[in-house]
Design a protein around this ligand. Structure first.
Ligand SMILES: Cc1ncc(COP(=O)(O)O)c(C=O)c1O
Length: 398
């Protein structure tokens, strides 16, 4: 009897997690001819060209073992931790020390690791909507409850009063994502200061520390000379999550890191928990990627090319009649779709080999997402199809 209860609890959690990622997974997995000569792949922020020679050379050098220790169980490779710490501290303006920086297999593995060490069953995790589509699933996997707060319609700003209302005595963590996927919004300093005040107040009121997890996967894909501000500058109980998946556009090669604020309360205990958690969760990258990190840290994709693609598409799509903001950062455009049903709209584009993601995958029907990691040729092939689409779906056409 006890066994069957346990089994059904696990099945229920897995079922909820599946329901959370279901729409996007179904859409991503459905059969498409991505190899078709006319295919325009705007789906998932994936590379459509080979990684740079510089990147490949760095990984090739790093895969050369230099001693038996290369293959051992053991702590992360300290030169990588030192290189990453120095670079991140410089970029974020934080006085980081290597003991507070943990190498991970990308931002998602850092997120899973943190949730695992911070959450107890039944805890609540506040996240913004639209969220990155895996947040809900990874919170559910820890038997915790996701609590969603919509970002301000139109601007995708943090809705501070709504965030404050969403916090309860069970809130243990909050996830923010800046720059934000899919809107490309970089949260400005005043909003992050406001968020920090709310978190301080709520932690004191409920006698329970609320940890802030700042997903900064797109922190280096910034446009128009903008700068990125981390909430770790304003709220001591912040962890930042970084990744090479976007910076180097080779996400199958898992690598990234997380860091805790130098002002983190109970830092020693958290260090130990993260060290142990990294081992048990298998969160540390393979040795080859660790050895490549000091070099990879100095590399970055051609962000100016992504920015040019953004400008080409935003200007052309606005001319065609789309309502589309120009993103401040990241890989995506998030235009409004001409009809409320994004699945129908994206299905229409799919049939013409223009592959995009419906807003339904981000809890925003009426929008669709275009990844700017497509090639320039794909952009030029897709624009006339997008023009046809808005004509076909406009009320005058029906
Ligand atoms: C907001 C956000 N966070 C995290 C990730 C996952 O990054 P990684 O490949 O580093 O795990 C993504 C990938 O799309 C993302 O968009």
């Amino acid at each position: 009897m006890e066994i069957s209860n346990r089994e059904s609890a696990i099945a229920g959690r897995a079922a909820r997690a599946l329901a959370a990622v279901g729409p996007i997974m179904r859409f991503l997995m459905q059969a498409r001819d991505l190899g078709h000569p006319d295919a325009c792949d705007f789906l998932a922020g994936n590379p459509l060209e080979l990684a740079s020679q510089e990147y490949v050379a760095a990984v090739q050098r790093a895969i050369q073992p230099d001693s038996p220790a290369y293959f051992r169980y053991g702590p992360p490779w300290q030169p990588a931790v030192a290189a990453v710490t120095a670079a991140l501290a410089g970029r974020l303006g934080l006085e980081l020390v290597p003991e507070d920086v943990f190498l991970t297999r990308g931002a998602s593995s850092g997120l899973v690791l943190l949730l695992r060490i911070l959450l107890d069953p039944g805890d609540e995790v506040v996240m913004m909507s639209p969220p990155w589509f895996f947040y809900e699933a990874v919170v559910l996997a820890e038997s915790a409850e996701p609590v969603k707060v919509p970002l301000t319609p139109g601007t995708f700003d943090l809705d501070l009063p709504a965030i404050e209302r969403a916090i309860t005595p069970r809130t243990r963590a909050m996830i923010v994502n800046t720059p934000h996927n899919p809107s490309g919004r970089i949260y400005p300093e005043d909003q992050l200061r406001g968020l920090a005040e709310i978190l301080e107040r709520a932690s004191a009121q409920h006698h329970r520390r609320i940890y802030l997890l700042s997903d900064e996967a797109y922190a280096r894909i910034l446009f128009d000379g903008r700068a990125m501000v981390t909430p770790a500058r304003f709220y001591p109980a912040t962890f930042v999550l970084h990744s090479y998946s976007k910076t180097l556009l080779a996400p199958s090669q898992r690598a990234g890191y997380l860091a805790m604020s130098p002002a983190m309360p109970e830092r020693e205990q958290l260090r130990r928990a993260l060290m142990l958690g990294s081992i048990s969760a298998g969160a540390t990258p393979d040795t080859a990627m660790q050895h490549a990190m000091p070099e990879l840290e100095r590399q970055i994709i051609d962000v100016a090319a992504v920015e040019r693609r953004r400008d080409r598409m935003v200007v052309a799509m606005r001319d065609q009649g789309y309502a589309v903001e120009s993103p401040e950062a990241g890989f995506y455009l998030f235009p409004r779709s001409p009809i409320a049903d994004g699945l129908e709209f994206c299905g229409w584009l799919d049939e013409r080999h223009v592959y995009t993601l419906p807003g339904e995958a981000f809890e925003r029907p009426g929008y669709f997402r275009i990844s700017l990691t497509a090639t320039d040729e794909m952009v030029e092939r897709a624009l006339p199809v997008l023009a046809d689409a808005i004509r076909s779906f406009s009320p005058a056409a029906s």
